[in-house]
Design a protein around this ligand. Structure first.
Ligand SMILES: CC1=C(/C=C/C(C)=C/C=C/C(C)=C/C=O)C(C)(C)CCC1
Ligand SMILES: [Fe+2]
Length: 539
């Protein structure tokens, strides 16, 4: 297992042609571009956590039934500094690094005092974001790196702080029909306040694109939500949107800012500054996209930890949202490389199973409704929302399914009613062994799995002109634990989950995290996202 997780992967700079068996649909032309950690050892030094590894971009270009694979390390400043020093010199999630080993405790104290909130890494290893014509590798810090999606070359380093006060931002943005990006970041102790900042990056610029003009310069703050605590904002990995609302969970999985400010001098990692507070609630914030203001009702639910929102939509005056929830914050613990060794089956047992849960929130709370009454009258869900005193609403979710992670949907249904969740199947271990299509309507699922095969996040690509939600294909990169078996790109019929084709490559492929598909014939943005351009704010 160590071998698969922790061994440094070689780049495949020249595109290699894959061996295709089966038949790739003729309409499927484009590039599957994905990101994930590929190098965990630099010289004699080794990262502690799988999320620390240096970003390795890889792509499968599908053209006329053929598939070409290539990969390249993101030339982040972090990568360059590490390679030049031949050791890890930049801190990551689970590894604190010291650029100058000769520094004594006094100079360490000085660098701590001069950087209360330190300069974070630009090792953007989690996802790929599309911003108009441009593509960026993303992580959760204030940095993103522009990349060339064809050659996988690394371009500009973008610091979100140039455009707004955010120290962290998710690697799971949403896109509207026009391709505008909506994302959330955390602004830590800025002008005495800690806030969750919802921001928008326009896809296009007024007057069109000209050399040197970036849509990022036109980033605007859409709405801010004050954190409940100045020094312990919640950690979050994604958020949800419907046509008219944004859903943000302020969960009891929190970053301790004082611990972070002293982590460097104490010699501990950022990960050690994250903690689950089982005694706290999960606060559900709803922002109205039309007014750009938070809804005043105080919705909350039991303590939980959510990394991935699946989808959300509005139905009969209610807001429904689906998430993959855990009962504690133990998931990230399992990805320490020390646990991902040959005994990983015993070491890496999830203490809480990822559970697909549906929440339903009443958008209007009847003033005359009795305290304790259920405000949800929908026949489509058993989720409840109990009225409490002082504008408070306690939400009890419906449990839909267990053992799903890395959820994807047909993005044309994002923010709208939908039926299917495509996800990786995980049970007691965090490693996916199957790909699942879960049908929310019938509460049934179909699966794809093969011995020794670990699938990556399954991505849905719609058939051109498709009417049905599941009319399309699923793409997933499959890595094998059997050294005799080459990794391959799997192409499934999304309707039946039968294999249409596989494209095998004789390379040592890494396990990746997230990515996107770029169709060759331009990206018809209108078909990728459902909602319309936001109206001007009403002030
Ligand atoms: C470096 C760094 C961070 C990195 C977090 C990362 C890298 C998270 C990865 C999460 C993944 C891959 C989740 C998958 O579901 C923090 C904690 C935001 C804050 C401090 C600096
Ligand atoms: Fe994610």
């Amino acid at each position: 297992m160590e071998i698969i997780f922790g061994r440094n992967k070689k780049e495949q700079l020249e595109p290699v042609r894959a061996r295709v068996t089966g038949k790739i649909p003729a309409w499927l032309q484009g590039t599957l571009l994905r990101n994930g950690p590929g190098m965990h050892t630099v010289g004699e030094t080794r990262y502690n956590h799988w999320f620390d590894g240096l970003a390795l971009l890889h792509s499968f270009t599908i053209r006329n039934g053929e598939v070409y694979y290539r990969s390249k390390y993101l030339r982040s400043d972090t990568y360059t500094a590490n390679i030049e020093a031949n050791r890890i010199v930049v801190s990551e999630f689970g590894t604190m690094a010291y650029p100058d080993p000769c520094k004594n405790i006094f100079s360490k104290a000085f660098s701590y005092l001069s950087h209360t909130i330190p300069d974070f890494t630009d090792n953007c290893l989690i996802n790929i974001m599309r911003c108009g014509e441009d593509f960026y590798a993303t992580t959760e810090t204030n940095y993103i790196r522009k990349i060339n999606p064809q050659t996988l070359e690394t371009l500009e380093k973008v610091d979100y702080r140039k455009y707004m006060a955010v120290n962290l931002a998710t690697s799971h943005p949403h896109y509207d029909a026009a391709g505008n990006v909506l994302n959330v970041g955390t602004s830590i102790v800025d002008k005495g306040k800690t806030k969750y900042v919802i921001f928008k990056i326009p896809a296009t610029l007024p007057g069109g694109r000209k050399e040197g003009r970036s849509p990022l310069k036109h980033t605007e703050v859409f709405c801010s939500i004050a954190a409940r605590s100045l020094l312990s904002p919640s950690y979050y990995h994604s958020f949800g949107v419907t046509e008219n609302y944004i859903i943000f969970l302020e969960q009891p999985f929190k970053l301790d800012i004082l611990k972070m400010a002293t982590a460097y001098i104490r010699g501990v990692s950022w990960a050690s500054c994250l903690a689950f507070h089982g005694e706290d609630k999960t606060h559900i914030h709803i922002v109205d996209r039309r007014t750009r203001k938070p809804v005043l009702t105080k919705y909350y639910t039991d303590p939980m930890v959510v990394f991935h929102h699946v989808n959300a939509y509005e139905e009969d005056g209610c807001l429904l949202f689906d998430v993959i929830a855990y009962e504690d914050g133990s998931l990230y613990q399992l990805f320490y490389l020390a646990n991902l060794n040959k005994d990983f089956e015993e070491n890496s047992r999830l203490t809480s199973v990822p559970t697909l849960k549906r929440f339903a929130l009443p958008l209007q709370v009847d003033k005359n409704a009795e305290v304790g009454s259920n405000l949800i009258k929908l026949s489509s869900t058993t989720a409840r929302a109990l009225k409490e005193k002082d504008d408070q609403v306690y939400c009890q979710p419906e449990l839909l399914s267990e053992g799903l992670e890395l959820p994807r949907i047909n993005y044309a249904h994002n923010g709208k009613p939908y039926r299917y969740v495509f996800a990786a199947g995980v049970q007691w271990s965090p490693i996916p062994t199957k790909i699942i299509k879960y049908d929310i309507l019938t509460k049934s699922s179909v699966e794809w799995g093969e011995a020794h095969s670990w699938p990556a996040e399954p991505l849905f690509v719609p058939t051109p002109g498709a009417k049905d939600e599941d009319d399309g294909i699923i793409l997933s990169a499959i890595v094998s634990t059997d050294p005799q078996k080459s990794p391959f790109l799997l192409v499934l019929d999304a309707r039946t989950f039968t294999e249409l084709a596989r494209a095998s490559v004789d390379v040592e492929m890494h396990l990746d995290i997230h990515g996107l598909f770029i169709p060759d014939a331009g990206w018809d943005l209108g078909k990728q996202a459902p909602s319309q351009e936001e109206p001007a704010p009403q002030t």
